[in-house]
Design a protein around this ligand. Structure first.
Ligand code: NAD
Length: 495
């Protein structure tokens, strides 16, 4: 395992790509403007980055369109596209330390998580879609013998990809992989808090043989670059991951412009249900703590509402306290650290304001509840509130920080009612050894993913990922993700 000294020294000597990547080249924004990238663990500026706006979006979309139309990627043999994507996956793996460090410095996550979860997950996603690129078969419809009807899937064209800062590279790769495998060109806008790893990825994509103009990256703000991409008349689709509020903007942008397709991976308030039929309460308590404290709670599927059967509540809370004690904030560059800094000061203040609200509304604080002392950066200690009820703000709104709400239920029907009492529907989990109960409850839960006797166990690419209700629609991962980056065409041939 690399040491803290190793990472600190590597951070000092890191070379940073801070310009936009358009048509195969790093360029300044047309306005010449830049914005600061702040390391949230130190609150220090460590890079200044090109600030793109509508004018840069026009240039990047044109480059992507030209590349799509002349077929340099869209008409390449699918096996050749796949080969280049797999080459990119291998380059991600061989640059794992550099990419992990960029992630950690840019948004505060522990270097060990970036090394062991984020970057391997990115390589896996790109490789998986590289392998899939030449395995997509089309259909012949069972028509009258006097005709041959071909039903083919065709790439859409130019895809705008807009992603958040919590898994900057991974959320991007879940979209880049299928969008490129299907033959599209992309214009990617990373979150303003975390543009650096994706900029380096663009350069690696070029090295892997992805032609100029196919893979463009525009760092910039949501209200300018993001909106311009959403409203652009020559963008065929927006693949978005981020908050529900901004997801709704993208639906509006589509309606106000060219009816571009929109896929939305938005927020969550996921219920984590511990029934009295749970066989191993220690294991469930460990999972409950990880489900909220992993990645500082900045996870769309965070198990932020813990629902515990009142008959086992006291015993479970003792186990939860023990399990939570192993989650401590620390320097993200220390290899032992499991919780890093929150992404920025404004976000930390937002999370703290939810803690104040919970205290005001009468929830009982049993752990944490404050900014971590003796640290310059934006750290919040793991926080647990007991005696939370469904009407409290912390049970209803997505906090996106290390704050767990514990609610109690009396029976299975009560648990389902509380669990589904939310505008979100991203994920849920049930712990029960009773197989009928586990099936009944997972069927009744309104969520895109339900875990039984575990919480988010793997980065398996074979399963679709996405939400019900206001958690969005469209799916990342699996072969289903390819569907949204293509349209069906019917060719009817009289014979
Ligand atoms: P956000 O919605 O504020 O920003 C996401 C992206 O949208 C950023 O690139 C941002 O610059 C851009 N954006 C912001 N305002 C915009 C506007 N007016 N017009 C166009 N673009 C705009 O989200 P965030 O704070 O970066 O990330 C946290 C959110 O992401 C949480 O709600 C979380 O649940 C969600 N998320 C969802 C998933 C999922 O797969 N469902 C995964 C990760 C994160």
């Amino acid at each position: 395992m690399r040491t803290h000294d190793f990472w600190t020294e590597k951070a000092t000597n890191l070379s940073i790509r801070n310009q936009a990547f358009i048509n195969g080249k790093f360029v300044n924004s047309l306005s010449g403007k830049t914005f600061d990238s702040i390391n949230p663990a130190t609150a220090q500026i460590f890079a200044d980055v090109a600030e793109c706006d509508a004018a840069d979006v026009d240039v990047a979309v044109k480059a992507a369109r030209d590349a799509f139309e002349d077929g340099r990627w869209s008409n390449m043999h699918p096996a050749q596209r796949g080969k280049r994507l797999m080459r990119l996956a291998n380059l991600i793996t061989s640059h794992r330390e550099e990419l992990a460090l960029l992630e950690s410095l840019d948004m505060g996550k522990p270097i060990s998580d970036a090394m062991n979860i984020d970057i391997p997950g990115c390589a896996r996603a790109i490789h998986w879609y590289g392998e899939a690129a030449d395995k997509l078969m089309d259909e012949i419809a069972p028509t009258d013998p006097g005709a041959l009807a071909l039903v083919t899937r065709e790439a859409l064209g130019v895809i705008g990809i807009v992603v958040p800062w919590n898994f900057p590279l991974l959320m991007a790769c879940w979209k880049i992989g299928p969008a490129l495998a299907a033959g599209n060109s992309i214009v990617l806008k990373p979150a303003e808090q975390s543009p650096l790893s994706v900029l380096r990825l663009a350069e690696l994509a070029s090295e892997a043989g992805i032609p100029d103009g196919v893979f463009n990256v525009l760092p910039g703000f949501g209200e300018t670059a993001g909106q311009a991409l959403g409203l652009h008349m020559d963008v065929d689709m927006i693949a978005f991951t981020g908050s529900t509020q901004v997801g709704k903007f993208f639906m509006q942008y589509s309606g106000q412009s060219n009816l571009k397709r929109v896929s939305l991976e938005c927020g969550g308030k996921s219920p984590h249900i511990i029934t009295k039929n749970c066989l191993d309460l220690d294991q469930a308590a460990n999972a409950a703590a990880s489900a909220i404290f992993f990645n500082q709670g900045e996870v769309c599927t965070a198990g932020s509402r813990l629902l515990v059967d009142r008959e086992i509540k006291q015993e479970f809370m003792e186990k939860l306290a023990l399990a939570s004690a192993s989650h401590k904030v620390g320097d993200p560059l220390h290899p032992e650290t499991s919780m890093g800094a929150l992404v920025e000061e404004q976000h930390m203040d937002r999370v703290l304001s939810y803690i104040d609200k919970a205290n005001e509304e009468g929830a009982t604080l049993t752990l944490g509840g404050c900014r971590s002392k003796d640290r310059a950066g934006y750290f919040i200690d793991p926080t647990i509130f007991d005696d939370v009820t469904s009407d409290m703000t912390i049970a209803r709104e997505e906090i996106f920080g290390p704050v767990l709400s514990v609610l109690t239920f009396k029976d299975e029907a009560d648990a389902i009612k509380i669990a589904n009492d939310t505008i979100y529907g991203l994920a849920a989990a049930v712990w029960s050894q009773d197989i009928s109960q586990a099936h009944r409850m997972s069927r009744a839960l309104r969520a895109g993913t339900v875990w039984v006797n575990c919480w988010d166990p793997t980065g398996d690419m074979t399963i679709p990922f996405g939400g019900f209700k206001q958690s969005g629609f469209g799916r990342d991962k699996s072969m289903h993700a390819l569907e949204k980056y293509t349209d069906l065409k019917t060719t009817w041939i009289k014979i």
